[in-house]
Design a protein around this ligand. Structure first.
Ligand SMILES: N[C@@H](CCC(=O)N[C@@H](CS)C(=O)NCC(=O)O)C(=O)O
Length: 217
């Protein structure tokens, strides 16, 4: 079987979400480097694959996809019988478990990602790119993230993972932004000060798949 292709740099949060999913599912892939600082993602060739000029792009046989969470859902469905099972639920858990995973995946995308991606951009990438930080945007994102993590801490007092007792795509999807905030900024306390969030982070970030992604950064 031909390897699937992922276009983009492994340090990109959206790219590393897809890489973590592929490694969990034991799907062989080829990572095709795209140099963001040389604006390769804005070239006419790349825009034919991804009309918004962003990474990642994913190719498997005749399908070309963008949007990291949609790519991960596709990988879980297409490679359902490979690698880690149940990332998007299983027959035992049925519709209710799958709906719960979808709920927390959407929560990641709609509630966790906006403040965390602002903080990662402002606190990690802006200094590297010598861009001026926006103190008001940082404050606002931090305030919003605290509220989201209060909800998470309560949820994680009831269950080991967000969608129940099994690690799922919903947990995996949080790894990239959380990794930068916990390890590349002085804001790790936002997570570690919360007992259940801290315990959850230790468990999900300790997965062998995620350690492999970090080695690729
Ligand atoms: N919602 C998209 C976000 C993609 C995205 O924001 N990619 C960033 C890297 S993490 C990018 O390409 N940034 C360059 C740009 O927007 O010009 C996904 O999850 O795939």
């Amino acid at each position: 079987m031909a390897k699937v292709k992922v276009y983009g740099p492994a340090f990109s949060t959206a790219v590393s979400r897809v890489l973590a999913c592929l490694i969990e599912k034991e799907v062989e892939f080829q990572l095709i480097p795209i140099n963001l600082s040389k604006a390769q993602h804005k070239s006419s060739g790349f825009l034919k694959l991804q009309p918004f000029g962003q990474v990642p792009v994913f190719q498997d046989e005749s399908i070309t996809l963008f949007e990291s969470r949609a790519i991960c859902r596709y990988i879980c469905d297409k490679y359902a019988t490979k690698g880690k099972m149940g990332l998007m639920g299983n027959t035992e858990g049925g519709l209710i478990h799958r709906a719960s995973i979808d709920q927390w995946l959407e929560t990641e995308s709609q509630s966790f990602n906006p403040p965390t991606s602002t903080l990662v951009a402002q606190l990690v990438f802006y200094p590297q790119m010598k861009l001026k930080q926006d103190a008001a945007a940082i404050r606002d994102a931090e305030r919003k993230l605290k509220k989201v993590l209060d909800v998470y801490d309560h949820r994680l007092s009831e269950s080991r993972f967000l969608a129940g007792e099994e690690f799922s795509l919903a947990d995996l999807s949080h790894l990239p932004n959380a990794q930068y905030l916990l390890n590349s900024t002085d804001r790790s306390h936002l997570f570690t000060s919360k007992k259940n969030v801290g315990r959850w982070w230790e468990e999900i970030s300790g997965r062998a798949s995620w350690k492999k992604v970090l080695e690729m950064h």
